[in-house]
Ligand binder design. Structure first.
Ligand SMILES: [Zn+2]
Length: 119
């Protein structure tokens, strides 16, 4: 108990467990089908299936789990950005892709606030 409000404390052991689950998930047909579509969940770019990585929408360190609802195919570029950006900056980054009406991101956040920029 450290009373840090939004910070979810997840033990290393739990993270290890979830990482293993993610590894198992990557071998499922469900995942193979997802990456076979060759598209990054975030930027929508066409990416070769083997270039797609498994990304946790809610990161493990923030209490995310390796479940089908929380993992998405992600290109390396988005993966890197997600790692280094603050959550708020990441949100902004995603908004850049929602111009075409496609809602990026999804679960967990209250979507539907895409700003109409550029026409
Ligand atoms: Zn991407």
């Amino acid at each position: 108990m450290n009373g840090q409000g939004f910070v979810v404390s997840v033990s290393d052991r739990e993270i290890q467990k979830e990482k293993e689950k993610a590894r198992a998930l990557r071998k499922t047909r469900w995942w193979q089908r997802r990456i076979a579509q060759g598209r990054c969940h975030y930027c929508g770019k066409a990416v070769a299936p083997r270039e797609l990585t498994l990304d946790h929408v809610v990161p493990l360190v923030r209490g995310g789990r390796s479940t089908r609802g929380n993992v998405v195919p992600c290109c390396k570029e988005c993966n890197n950005r997600k790692k280094y950006l603050l959550p708020i900056e990441w949100d902004d980054y995603l908004k850049g892709f929602s111009i075409d009406g496609k809602s990026a991101g999804g679960s967990g956040t209250d979507g539907g606030n895409a700003q109409d920029r550029g026409s």
